[in-house]
Structure formats: C-alpha cells, structure tokens
Design a protein around this ligand. Structure first.
Ligand code: URA
Length: 441
C-alpha cells in the first residue's frame, strides 16, 4: 500500500478501506507521510467526499492515535456534552451541575476559546485558584465522589486530529462534513463518555452558517457516535445572536450562576434544559424529555445545581465564594455604553462580530500566546426583535484599555441592523437528531 495510490483512489471517487485509512492517519501522525501528500489527500476528500464507513474509520483512527481515556473506574453511565462553538455559549456551566446534581457522572474535557468563540476552560479560570489540569486519578475520584469534573484537553488526546487540523487550516480543506465530524467525534470518543450530546450551532456566529450544513453535520456526528456504540444525540440551536446576554469570561460565569439561581435569560435556560434532557435520557435517568426537564428544573428550585457548582469549583482548587457573590470575580475598570443612533427593531446581529468585540476588549486571544483578560466583556441590552429608541444603549462594554474600548464600540454598533419593521420572533432550537433521524422544530 502506498500513499500515492490512496490519493489516486480517492481522487477518482473510490471508497477506502479501514486498513487504508489507518495507514494514512498513522503514517501522517508518525511523520512518515509528508504534508504535501496529506494535503492532496484531504483536498481529494473535500472534492469526492467520504461514505459512512470511511468517516467512521477516519474518526476511530484519529481517536486511537493518542490516549483513549478509560472512565470504567467511574460508576454509572457517563454523559458528556459538546458545542460546535458559539458566542455567549455558557451552557456547559449551567447544565453540568444540573445533571451532576441528579447523580449522573459528568466527566468532561473542554476547550479554550477559538477565534470569535469562547471556551469553558478559560471561563472557569475566573474562579481564583481553579485548576483545569488535575491528574487523571483525581479527575476520576472527583467524578466518583461528587459526579462532576471539567478539565482541559490533554496534549495526547487525538494527536492525529491536531496535526491534520493544522494542515486543513492552511490548505482550504476545513469545510468538509466528514472531516469536521470526524475531527470533533475523535476527541469526544477518546474522552470516554458513554452518552454524547452535541450542541450544533447554526447562524451568523456559528462555524456552520446555514441550517442545511448544520443539519448535515449533526446527522454525520450522530451516525458516527451511534455507529461506534456511544449513545449520541445532536440538538441544532440558534447562533444568529449571542446566547444569553453576557459575552466574555467572568461575566458569562456570573450569568450561568444567575441561571442556576433561577434568574437567567430564557434562551440560555431553554437550550441548557434541552441539552441536559438528552443527557438524562441517554443515561437512563428519565424515560421522556418531559420527565427529564422536570427533574432538571427542580435542581434550580432546590438550589442543588448551584451548590453542586460550588462543590465542583472547590474540588478543583477554586474559590467557591464567587458562586454566591459574583462581585468577587475580576472586575474591569472602564464601562462604556454602545448607543443606538436610530429608532426601530433589532432585525439582525452579526454574531461573530460580537465575539470579536469581546476579543478586542481582551476577552479572547489575538495570537496563540495572548493572555486573556477575564474581567472584560459585554452585557447585552437589546437582542433580536427588541424595540430600540435613538440614544438608548444596545450594550454595556467592560474593558481596561481606552483604545481597545473605542475600537470595540465601533465594531459592536456595526454588527447591529435596526429597521422599522418588527421581525419574526427568534428561534432557540431548530431540531434534534437521534438514532431515529431528524425531528424539526
Ligand atoms: N472543530 C473541530 O474540532 N474540528 C473541526 O474540524 C472543526 C471544528
């Protein structure tokens, strides 16, 4: 078997065997296959596609290229959730303590912010002292004892994906459903959970901008997960505006805490309840979505989810007093308002621009080595469909540098379209994909 022949086979639309795909992934990971051959192969995949068995073989070869986390020492059915990335997306911080407080083990590996999207690991560092890299033994002990732990992805999690992704990024070969689905699922499968609930975002702040592409990605990932014995669901959720009203790091954690106190924004609560319900269904804690929602809502009413968050923060070395008093989080020194220059209704928000505004303020990374300012961010006052008067504030921006603040204000204002006609109400959820297929909402 040679790489030349395999590139040729894909170029003419052939289907590769599991052995052939393993040969490519392992050879590239070990530097036996050069970048130029791998790039040619990836381009052939983009042009000719991969079928179901090829996509599963690719996913599993990448998952097995590094450490496969063994969670068998954790009792019970382990549930995980993954988002394809959005702006203001703090659902992991809301639903993990809800689900864990009902006795379902949540052993989660999360990522850092990427481009205009935030990451759970950065946000959790808002708690002074919080460690996102505890040893595997402690990770497993914590989940067994208190049902919840969240750590950063280890360097040895699906290293083949890391190397292939870096090459895709510079060869215009990112946007292929099989490659994206395989990339995401390889990391989820290597992370060891039995139940995987995927939050596939769609819209102007999402990786996938159209509902058609988001649905295709959701279906591909559910097919992979169920195909390799992991109970997998995908919920297709809206990203045509930020989720909730806070964008940044500590400001998002504070909003997640308010949600656990029963005072959160409706969209964030709804998306968290839906994702959490499928975690409960998969873990056999509930027999229906309705029953699952009831159980999850109860964790807010009786404060068990809020207390679980505090217990989890403490167990990973963080100062849990901020859970009960969010003024303990790092605070920015400057607050400025983004003022609307006209009256009307908010009809469009370029959501990735809102993410970029937070990044400009210092809440994200401009380069790989940038240090995040956890205190900066955005509190949104006007969302899609809201009525705005001229001179009213669309959002409060929090920062620590006046030059950055000026750029951020201009950028934020430009992301909004305000028109005379009231738009249709915004949707939160578009559909759910299970092993039985897509249900549209
Ligand atoms: N996120 C990933 O992890 N992989 C992709 O290919 C795209 C988004």
């Amino acid at each position: 078997m040679g790489m030349y022949d395999l590139i040729y086979k894909k170029k003419i639309g052939g289907s590769l065997t599991e052995e052939e795909i393993k040969f490519i992934v392992n050879g590239f990971t070990k530097d036996e296959i050069p970048d130029y051959q791998m790039a040619a192969f990836l381009m052939a995949v983009c042009l000719k596609g991969m079928d179901k068995s090829e996509t599963i073989a690719l996913t599993m070869a990448m998952a097995h290229s590094g450490e496969m986390l063994d969670l068998s020492a954790i009792e019970g059915i382990k549930a995980d959730k993954h988002s394809t990335g959005g702006v203001g997306d703090k659902t992991s911080l809301v639903l993990s303590p809800m689900v864990a407080s009902l006795g379902i083990p949540v052993a989660k590996m999360s990522g850092r912010g990427l481009g205009h999207t935030g990451g759970t690991i950065d946000k959790l560092e808002s708690f002074p002292g919080f460690s996102t890299s505890i040893p595997t033994g402690q990770f497993i002990d914590n989940v067994n004892r208190m049902k919840m732990a969240i750590v950063g992805q280890t360097a040895n999690l699906a290293p083949a994906d890391k190397k292939i992704y870096a090459l895709r990024d510079v060869t215009a070969t990112v946007d292929n459903i099989s490659l994206i689905a395989g990339s995401i699922m390889s990391k989820k499968i290597a992370s060891g959970a039995d139940v995987i609930v995927l939050d596939v975002k769609t819209g102007s702040g999402a990786f996938m901008k159209t509902l058609e592409d988001s649905t295709a990605l959701a279906e591909a990932m559910v097919e992979i997960g169920n195909g390799v014995g992991r109970e997998t669901y995908a919920v297709i959720t809206d990203m045509n505006q930020p989720l909730g009203r806070a964008v940044g790091n500590s400001i998002e954690v504070a909003e997640a805490i308010r949600t656990l106190q029963g005072n959160g924004p409706e969209d964030l609560l709804e998306v968290s309840l839906t994702l959490g319900s499928y975690m409960l269904l998969g873990a056999k804690k509930a027999g229906s979505v309705e029953e699952a929602r009831k159980l999850l809502k109860q964790t807010i009413t009786d404060q068990s989810a809020l207390n679980k968050l505090a217990e989890f923060v403490r167990a990973q070395g963080g100062d849990d007093r901020a859970v009960y008093n969010t003024e303990r989080f790092p605070q920015a020194s400057i607050q400025e308002e983004v003022i609307s220059d006209r009256e009307g209704y908010v009809t469009r928000i370029i959501t990735d621009e809102i993410g970029m505004t937070s990044l400009v303020l210092g809440g994200g990374r401009e380069t790989k080595d940038s240090v995040i300012d956890l205190s900066v961010g955005i509190q949104i006052h006007k969302k899609l469909g809201d009525k705005v008067k001229a001179g009213e504030s669309l959002a409060s921006l929090y920062g620590n540098n006046m030059d950055k603040m000026k750029t951020a204000k201009t950028r934020y204002l430009k992301a909004y379209t305000i028109e005379d006609a009231k738009p249709d109400p915004a949707k939160y959820i578009y559909g759910i994909v299970t092993r039985d297929g897509l249900t549209q909402f």
